[in-house]
Design a protein. Sequence first.
Length: 176
Amino acid sequence: MLMRHGEQKDRESIMKKQVAIALAVLVAFSFGCGKSDKTYKTPDGEVKVKQKSGEVTYEATGKDGEKLTVATGDKGVALPPDFPRDVPILKGATVKVAMTQGRQMIVHLYASTPVADAAKFYDDALKGQGWVIESSMSAGDMSIISARKGNRQCGVTAATENDGTLVQLAISQEAS
């Protein structure tokens, strides 16, 4: 199914709004402790928030059934169950945020590895998994890699954060 440019922009706008709401809810709930499960109903769907031992999971379901799931935690969270096996995870990294919506997935990793070493790891490891590097660039304390494999894209951004490196993996699959 092909989308027109305007439809794609509308979809991106909706996703950005959902992500903003999700992050606001996560921040609000992440300051608590213990276990908590709550469901909020809105005119646009429902939001489930689960909090347990420093980890917060947020799941928004729209009226159309589309879901946005975000998990975050200071001590780390699990990768999404359908995370692609051919997308490498930097050794020693902790998954801080895992987000999925439809055919899109974003994962934030935190590591003590320097940015340049993280970028080299992803360049080599993605190639080793059959990904084609379409572009890469480094500027100061940030590196960006864009790769493609079949109908999937993987974007890697590594940047200095505090005393370590934040790695964002953005994986998407084109509609068939």
